[in-house]
Design a protein around this ligand. Structure first.
Ligand code: ATP
Length: 613
């Protein structure tokens, strides 16, 4: 059965949302937003608000100017005032334009700075989280915090400040103009206006709901695209192209429908506004017009009033929508703060010192470890890896071998027992110094979409070209690298897609070689390589292991035969230990495993003969 990615993703998104979000009050969130993001920009924001005030005044003044325009220029035909009034209108618009430009630039500057600061802060925080944290969350969800949530938070901050600075002040200015020109009409408008705004606010809410659904679908779409492109080989080899196209088409259709719904709703605003606007202007003309005819007010005041009324529409609409937008931004901020608030479970102790002059003797003493409560993955494991020796771990799948390897660099912390390096508890020293002394070569090789040289030098930023080449030579990788189109400068593609399996392994070995750490944790690759590649990888590994303390999850016969000591792990426990010959002679768990795992490598020779050979 093909797993249902969508349901899986939805469940995952739900799960992570739930675990990440804690209810915080609006004021608490606003205070935090102010403290952590806005406060540093007070100076710039004050300047922006000042420019907004200038803009608001210019807006109100341009509405007020309609009165002299109508009365003095059009009705009284006053030649002397023609130019001054014309120039005043021009100047008002120029001031308004420049003030708007200035405030928009400042708000963008502050907004973009907030995005950049938050993205950097969030990444720096997440980079220090332990593996369990990442295992509990999908990468898609984390990525969407960096893009959608940070953007929404920024928009909420910008919109709130702009609304308060520009829209609110403009509205006040325009209302003042309306009252100055005709307070009777102004009072009427005050009652009519909220009625006109009401449907617009409702439509806004509906659009937001549709947009939220669209975002969720977009998240699924991205996840599915990523999965199918990454797994394109499997998609092809199982002939699933049509199936995947069908699944993509389903999501695409859902997104299209949602967007169409949003567009339909959005378009509704137009006829509603036209009708309401028409009614409002109709009412004002009938009532205001009759007041002009009866001489209770003049035409200039009337036109100035209508201008102010129409100009007030936009800021009023934005202010009416402010709260909903703010809530959306605060919800994003809440998700971000929840993520920032998650503390790494594995941290250095207060008095931790650096691990120095490492010889590399590793010891696990009566170690117990749980991924899940009541189900120990390791149950009283004791393993000794003397400095400079090679110790192999063997055991059936799921026995706990990789777990043992993961505990030494403190990817996870143990639940009881002790792990020491050169006799020092690894929890008493700085984690960074432990990891600096360990080279890890795992089955899943991680290569970045960068040059061969950069991939080898990963973690050793200052490494010279000579050091990189030397490491590649020792890893038997130099030869194939030289044959690549741009040698060490060849871009390897995502996950090293442009290289063969054996080549990728040798690059990983070269990387560990360059790190030159005294301890090596090695998970031998299980995937079969052809004999030639296998031989090269084997040579590279032997070179890497020389002189280092090595703990290796063994999948090859030669590794167990050459190991100084072998531990057999079954269901989280050490069931046997000894050299290859000792363990074979014991005819216990190791021998059964040996028969299953390595027999074919002996090319059909009788077991004992193979061992003796
Ligand atoms: P293999 O040879 O197949 O790689 P292994 O001996 O290395 O197996 P581990 O990967 O150490 O086995 O797994 C030991 C047990 O812990 C398994 O039962 C596995 O299901 C469980 N386990 C491993 N990783 C996790 C995890 N991140 N969360 C929960 N359980 C896990």
């Amino acid at each position: 059965m093909v797993p249902n990615v969508e349901t899986g993703c939805k469940a995952l998104i739900k799960l992570t949302e739930n675990t990440d979000s804690r209810h915080r009050s609006t004021t608490e969130l606003m205070r935090r937003l102010w403290r952590e993001h806005i406060r540093h920009f007070t100076g710039w924001l004050m300047l922006a608000i000042l420019l907004m005030a200038v803009m608001a005044s210019a807006t109100a003044f341009s509405a007020w100017l309609m009165k002299p325009v109508v009365n003095d220029v059009f009705i009284d035909r006053n030649q002397d005032l023609l130019w001054p009034i014309g120039l005043a209108v021009l100047a008002t618009f120029l001031i308004k334009g420049f003030a708007n430009y200035g405030q928009a630039m400042l708000m963008n500057f502050v907004g973009l700075q907030i995005i950049a600061d938050t993205q950097n802060r969030l990444y720096a925080h997440l980079a220090h989280m332990d593996l369990a944290f990442f295992h509990a969350r999908s990468s898609g969800t984390l990525i969407s915090r960096f893009t959608n949530d940070i953007n929404q938070m920024r928009n909420a901050v910008s919109n709130a400040i702009t609304s308060i600075g520009k829209d609110f002040l403009s509205l006040i200015g325009l209302v003042v103009v309306m009252f100055i020109q005709d307070w009777h009409l102004a009072l009427i408008a005050f009652f009519i206006f909220p009625v006109a705004i009401f449907p617009i606010v409702r439509i806004g809410r509906r659009i937001r709901k549709v947009t939220t659904n669209t975002q969720e679908e977009m998240g699924l779409f991205t996840t599915l695209l990523g999965q199918t492109f990454q797994g394109i080989r499997i998609v092809k080899s199982y002939g699933m192209e049509t199936y995947e196209s069908g699944r993509i088409a389903e999501i695409v259709e859902r997104i299209r429908r949602l967007n169409m719904k949003a567009a339909r709703t959005q378009m509704l605003t137009s006829p509603i506004m036209e009708t309401l606007g028409g009614l409002a202007v109709f009412a004002v003309i009938i009532y205001g017009g009759s007041r002009v005819i009866e001489g209770e007010t003049d035409s200039g005041a009337f036109f100035s009033f209508i201008t102010a009324l129409l100009m007030a529409y936009e800021p009023m609409k934005r202010l009416a929508n402010l709260n909903a937008g703010l809530q959306q931004g605060l919800a994003s901020a809440e998700r971000l703060y929840a993520l920032l608030g998650v503390k790494p479970r594995i941290t250095d102790r207060a008095n931790a010192r650096a691990l120095t002059n490492v010889v590399g003797a590793i010891r696990l003493d009566d170690v117990r470890f749980f991924y899940e409560p009541n189900k120990p993955a390791l149950d009283g494991v004791t393993i000794d890896v003397p400095a400079g020796k090679t110790v192999a771990l063997v055991g059936p799948s799921g026995a706990g071998k990789s777990t043992i390897l993961n505990l030494i660099p403190r990817f996870y912390d143990i639940d009881s027992g002790i792990i020491t390096i050169d006799g020092i508890d690894i929890r008493d020293v700085k984690m960074e110094s432990v990891q600096a002394n360990i080279a890890l070569v795992s089955q899943e090789i991680t290569l970045f979409d960068d040059t061969v040289a950069a991939n080898i030098a990963y973690g050793r930023g200052g490494a010279s070209q000579d050091e990189v080449i030397k490491a590649a030579r020792h890893a038997a990788a130099d030869e194939f690298i030289e044959q690549l189109s741009s040698g060490y400068d060849t871009i390897v593609g995502e996950q090293g897609i442009k290289l063969s399996g054996g080549q990728r392994q040798r690059l990983a070995i070269a990387r560990a070689m360059l790190k030159n750490a005294p301890m090596l944790l090695l998970d031998e690759a299980t995937s079969a390589l052809d004999t030639e590649s296998e031989r090269k990888v084997q040579t590279a590994l032997s070179e890497l292991m020389r002189g280092r303390t090595t703990l290796v999850i063994a999948h090859r016969l030669s590794t167990v035969v050459d190991a100084d000591l072998i531990y057999v792990i079954v269901q989280g426990r050490v069931v046997e230990k000894g050299t290859h010959a000792e363990l074979l002679a014991r005819r216990g768990a190791y021998k059964r495993l040996y028969v299953m795992q390595f027999e074919e490598e002996t090319s059909g020779q009788p077991l004992v003969a193979a061992v003796e050979a």
